[in-house]
Design a binder for this molecule. Structure first.
Ligand code: ADP
Ligand code: MG
Length: 846
């Protein structure tokens, strides 16, 4: 019933249905039901005209029209209606639709009008009021809390006003008799004290009062978040049970030697705890997929390195990928020192690695001689093939997409047969069968076999169907695999979908089809065959079979032959817990929540540009103490040229105040060649220069413990997380460090909040929470591609508490009933299936 197309609802019709589809994505009754109001207007109060105040709020008045009048204005005319009640008169004004209004609104008849009032020239007026006959108003189901639905300009212009939407909604409730299937289990309703689905839907659309509205909202938010969490947790469980991991049985010599002899400092308790968590993953039979969160300077690198040692101890290779060349280089140099002590071979691979060196690296990786590789996304290139990659670490995750994460998977050992390998196998088989079954094989070579009109039509239908699926663009149509042109081919999964004829012309043709499938399967492809009749009949069973396969394919390891490496993602972008639960719900999360001992909290101050001389004096004092200083300028894409000029102007003025030979200055910005950048960086790292003038290229990960001052120019132009990242470049040694935020006097309210937050706290999670509140979740790093934020009613920021409960309950339920097969979870299972079927959930999960 709820899947009925919206066109069938009384009062909708084809035109409105079209608009609803295009403008609001409402295709079915169900979609309409799920169009929740943005807000509600309290329409319990009626105003008299003499009670109106010039405050431009929404008011509701009962009265009648006494006359219409057209008034010329600058462009066109406006229609003015005189509206009167027993206390006075006011004007109703229309700028459009005069004809319709004059012929449809009745004079001297009681109306309820609703809208915002203007006060001008001693008179009240209401432009484009919502109007309803008093008689209808009294008879309507509409409650005193009037829902305001999401709308678009187009809908408004085409006459689908809020009132029309309300009426359509009423019609829906009438047709469905306001009975809706319960989607949560009785246990959940009981334990969470939730109202029923039917009551919730009724009260979200027609709230009887505030209290019931609140209950309805709570129930629906809970439900929404609950099902997202259920999906994520299931995904994670399926992952763990289905995806085999490389078993790291031992903690061996490398790890132990390093731990006992070369550990440069004592690990913090947090580092130890995280290492244990990682060790547990690696020892289990499942693939590790772990996110390691830790504030800047919390010491993630050494945890990553020691994890790499575990891989080596089990005869696997390990790699570490960083987002920038500078950072990769720095990691490499840090790790190189440790590797030398342990006699481990390690190399650096970036975009600027020379060809000869590159070749050597490739060879070393394939032969297994090279044990560790550090690099940028150059690591992802197809030419980089490992002998047996056991662990991939990704530093600063937000710079990499999910796609890149999955690309690393394919670099696991027993690498999936490459395309060329497959093709040569295929060729061999084709040759073999051409000899034994010449007729059938000949038939396959003639295009006539597949090029019938019927076949083409069936392919069109299926193509449309597949295009709507998750991972739609994975399928290539008419893909040529040697002799065969297959109907649909998914490279990544080595999956083929073939449309077969129900009735074959003759035995040769039948044999040809069978051979083709047989050959493809024996080469290692998965082949799904769907009879063309099933497609034309839109046969449910065959589509649901396909659906099952597609779901399986989506969650399955690309090929049983490869075992993906363990993955550890390290990020210094503190993601608020609530968000992490949703965005990284499919990853396990470890947190280093403790800084190494002896660190002094960085002192942060805000200074205006006019205090620059004081700031320079301070820099001079710090340099005299032997410290180093960063001065950072903003670089925002759109205004790159201007920013560059700011940077150069700044550099010149600094150079004037800090002249050689007493002072040396490094400069690093995005327009420099990598080699020059590197050279300048290195001078600073070695302490040859005291001041580093830079754009945000140094934002991520750079480690110079002797640097104690971070000056951020035009700090008001940076986002909170960026400011926090930048500040994290200092405070890495034992010395007291400082961060000075320079701004002009003109500051927006948000900038002020950002600056205040920075001077108030050093806690990344605290800062992330403020950031989330300021910017909303859409902008927080790492969430853009996740799509978790298309929530219908819940708010990821405000409803953190509900999210937590929902996640907890989802976990509980899956713990005691992992397959949701117990009778009392029937409603949950049904809803879950329904959601997967209608793909709602794919809107949430990338
Ligand atoms: P991040 O988590 O930001 O990547 P790093 O791994 O770069 O942090 O560590 C920051 C600095 O702290 C480095 O100089 C590192 O050597 C040092 N460090 C890490 N762990 C400890 C520890 N347990 N005790 C003392 N210093 C540590
Ligand atoms: Mg780091």
């Amino acid at each position: 019933m709820l899947q009925t197309p919206i066109d069938y609802l009384k009062g909708v019709g084809p035109n409105r249905a079209d608009l609803l589809r295009k403008e609001l994505g409402i295709h079915t009754y169900q979609d309409l039901l799920n169009l929740f109001p943005n807000r509600y207007l309290d329409r319990t109060a009626y105003f008299k005209i003499n009670q109106l105040q010039p405050n431009n709020t929404d008011v509701q008045i009962i009265g009648s029209l006494v006359k219409f009048e057209e008034v010329a204005q600058k462009r066109g005319k406006r229609l003015v209606g005189t509206f009167k009640d027993d206390t006075g008169t006011m004007e109703l004004v229309w700028f459009r639709g005069h004809k319709w209004i004059r012929s449809n609104l009745k004079l001297h008849t009681s109306y309820v009008i609703f809208g915002k009032t203007n006060f001008y020239g001693g008179k009240f007026s209401m432009p484009h009021p919502e109007m309803e006959l008093l008689s209808e108003h009294e008879a309507s189901l509409r409650s005193a809390m009037q829902p305001i639905y999401p709308s678009t300009e187009k809908l408004q212009n085409k006459g689908i006003s809020n009132r029309v939407l309300s009426n359509i909604m009423q019609q829906l409730f009438m047709e469905t008799k306001s009975r809706f299937t319960e989607t949560l289990s009785p246990q959940l309703l009981e334990s969470q004290q939730l109202i029923s689905k039917t009551d919730a839907l009724f009260n979200i659309h027609f709230p009887k009062n505030q209290a019931l509205l609140a209950k309805a909202q709570y129930r629906l938010k809970f439900e929404e978040l609950f099902y997202i969490q259920l999906q994520l947790i299931l995904k994670n469980l399926i992952h763990k049970s289905k995806i085999k991991g490389l078993p790291f049985h031992t903690v061996g010599t490398y790890f132990n030697t390093f731990y006992q002899q070369y550990l440069p400092f004592q690990l913090t308790n947090a580092q130890k705890r995280v290492l244990k968590e990682i060790r547990q993953d690696l020892g289990s039979k499942a693939q590790m997929n772990r996110l390691l969160q830790g504030d800047v300077g919390s010491g993630k690198t050494i945890v990553g390195f020691m994890t790499m040692l575990m891989a080596l101890d089990n005869q696997y290779q390990a790699c570490l990928m960083a987002p920038t060349e500078i950072l990769a280089t720095q990691h490499y140099q840090g790790l190189l020192a440790w590797c030398k002590q342990l006699n481990i071979s390690i190399k650096l691979l970036t975009g600027s690695t020379k060809k000869a060196e590159r070749k050597e690296i490739h060879a070393g990786l394939v032969s297994g001689q090279l044990q560790m590789l550090v690099g940028t996304h150059a690591l992802l290139e197809d030419s980089v093939i490992f002998k047996n990659l056991g662990l991939a670490i990704i530093d600063e995750q937000h710079r990499f997409g999910v796609a890149q994460r999955s690309k690393l998977w394919h670099k696991g050992p027993k690498k999936q047969a490459s395309k060329t390998e497959l093709q040569s196998k295929l060729k061999a088989l084709v040759n073999q069968y051409s000899k034994s079954h010449p007729d059938s094989m000949q038939l396959l070579k003639t295009p006539g076999l597949q090029a019938t009109e019927r076949h083409k039509q069936a392919t069109d239908v299926l193509a449309k169907y597949l295009a709507g699926k998750a991972g739609n663009n994975l399928f290539i149509r008419h893909y040529a695999l040697d002799l065969f042109v297959v109907d649909f081919y998914c490279e990544e999964k080595k999956l083929i979908i073939q449309i077969t004829k129900e009735a074959f012309a003759n035995n040769t043709e039948k044999e040809a089809y069978a051979l083709q499938t047989h050959v493809l399967k024996s080469v290692g492809f998965q082949v799904i065959e769907i009879p063309d009749t099933a497609i034309f009949n839109n046969s449910a069973s065959s589509f649901s079979q396909l659906e099952n396969v597609l779901t399986k394919v989506a969650t399955k390891t690309p090929d049983t032959a490869i075992i993906p490496p363990h993955i550890l993602v390290m990020t210094a972008t503190p993601i608020p817990r609530t968000l992490a639960m949703s965005v990284y719900g499919d990853l396990d999360v470890s947190v280093i929540d403790e800084l190494p001992p002896g660190r002094q909290a960085i002192k942060t101050v805000h200074r205006y540009d006019k205090n620059r001389l004081d700031v320079f004096r301070f820099i001079r004092d710090e340099i005299a103490l032997g410290r180093q200083v960063y001065i950072v300028y903003p670089l925002i894409q759109e205004s790159e040229k201007m920013d560059y000029k700011d940077l150069m102007d700044g550099y010149e003025s600094i150079a004037r105040d800090f002249p050689p030979p007493n002072y040396q200055i490094s400069i690093v910005h995005g327009q420099m060649k990598p080699a020059d950048k590197d050279y300048e960086m290195q001078r600073f790292v070695k302490g040859e220069t005291q001041i580093m003038v830079a754009t945000t290229v140094i934002e991520v990960g750079v480690n110079v413990p002797n640097a104690s001052v971070m000056i951020i120019e035009s700090a008001e132009r940076f986002g909170l997380s960026q400011l926090h990242q930048l500040r994290g470049r200092v405070g890495r040694g034992a010395e007291q460090s400082y961060c000075i935020l320079m701004t002009s006097h003109k500051l927006s309210a948000d900038s002020k909040t950002r600056l205040e937050t920075m001077t108030r706290t050093n806690d990344g999670f605290d800062i992330a929470e403020v950031d989330l509140k300021l910017r909303g979740p859409g902008d927080i790093m790492g969430t853009q591609q996740s799509g978790v934020l298309n929530l219908r009613i819940a708010d990821i920021v405000k409803d953190g508490a509900i999210l937590k409960t929902a996640r907890f309950m989802a976990k509980q339920i899956l713990k005691e009933d992992p397959t949701l097969s117990k009778p009392h979870n029937q409603a949950i299972l049904n809803t879950y299936r329904q959601m997967s079927k209608y793909r709602n959930i794919w809107n949430y999960i990338s």
